[in-house]
Write a protein that binds this ligand. Structure first.
Ligand SMILES: NC(=O)c1ccc[n+]([C@@H]2O[C@H](COP(=O)([O-])OP(=O)(O)OC[C@H]3O[C@@H](n4cnc5c(N)ncnc54)[C@H](OP(=O)(O)O)[C@@H]3O)[C@@H](O)[C@H]2O)c1
Length: 260
């Protein structure tokens, strides 16, 4: 009997270790995770062994994400249009009791109209409304839905993808991308305001610039970096931030502070 028990000890220990690993597994919820920067975040968090709740507004057009999730059972795909209250309610209900360690607000709308690069006369009102609906209000709604899940984490972080185009200090000094820049500046203001609440909840909230990245949004601009470089560097920043960063706007490259 004793011999059987001794023979089983390594098995029992390894079972225990696996259970602990599952219990210790951190969770990230990512919005807009079907393509470009959002999808790269899914891949990099998944490869680090995180449980990834990868949300996309249309599962039907998320082919690459679906393929990736088939090979990575730590990736769960969920539908979420961040402007859709029903989607938000359903998702909250499903994950109500889950701890979310990182809430990653990546989803955004970027108007593609040519007047993005023209003056005030050409700014499209509908595109401006939609920019605020998605980039500002949508991002805020995601936080409202899931901040209580982040509060349950011992190391909770709310990360919001912003842009230097929204920085008063570092924006390009040309009249461009009114709607996008305005909506992201408003999101930044929400981040700053929220930081006075998160300080009490032991949550770190930041805005982060991914740099100019080779996506359609980067539009082949000079000096644009590849998606994996941007995300790898943001991963380091996200991993290393402490409460000192709460309420700051940081750069992807090295976590330096960007002026609002
Ligand atoms: N690329 C850059 O150079 C750059 C520079 C500065 C900041 N950023 C920021 O970095 C983030 C990612 O950029 P990206 O270049 O990867 O953007 P992207 O290629 O335009 O992708 C945006 C993502 O957001 C999703 N999305 C749009 N509206 C949504 C909604 N209402 N609900 C849920 N998801 C929605 C899109 O889904 P669909 O596929 O369904 O449209 C897509 O997955 C954005 O916040 C962007 O503002 C990017």
């Amino acid at each position: 009997m004793i011999r059987i028990f001794i023979a089983l000890v390594p098995f029992i220990l390894s079972l225990n270790a696996n259970l602990n690993a599952a219990e210790d597994q951190s969770t990230v919820l990512i919005t807009g995770s079907n393509r470009n920067i959002g999808f790269e975040f899914v891949k990099q968090f998944a490869n680090k062994g995180w449980r990834v709740i990868a949300t996309t507004r249309s599962i039907d057009s998320a082919d690459e994400l679906i393929e990736f999730s088939k090979e990575n059972n730590n990736v769960i795909i969920e539908q979420l249009d961040i402007t859709n209250d029903e989607h938000l309610r359903n998702l909250k209900k499903k994950y109500n009791d889950d701890v979310i360690d990182v809430l990653l607000n990546n989803a955004a709308y970027t108007p593609r109209y040519l007047s993005s690069f023209r003056g005030i006369d050409g700014v499209d009102h509908e595109a401006t409304r939609k920019s605020f609906e998605v980039n500002t209000i949508g991002t805020m709604k995601v936080i409202q839905a899931f901040i209580s899940n982040v509060e349950e984490s011992n190391n909770g972080k709310i990360i919001n993808l912003s842009t230097k185009a929204a920085s008063f200090e570092e924006r390009p000094e040309i009249p461009m991308m009114y709607s996008y820049a305005m909506s992201k500046a408003a999101m930044n203001s929400m981040v700053k305001t929220l930081s006075f609440e998160t300080a009490e909840k032991n949550i770190i909230v930041i805005a982060i610039s991914p740099g100019t990245v080779n996506t359609t949004l980067g539009m082949g601009l000079m000096g644009a970096i590849d998606i994996d470089e941007s995300v790898s560097k943001m991963m380091v920043v996200i991993e290393n931030i402490t409460m000192d960063a709460n309420g700051l706007f940081l750069d992807y490259e090295d976590g330096r502070v960007i002026g609002w």
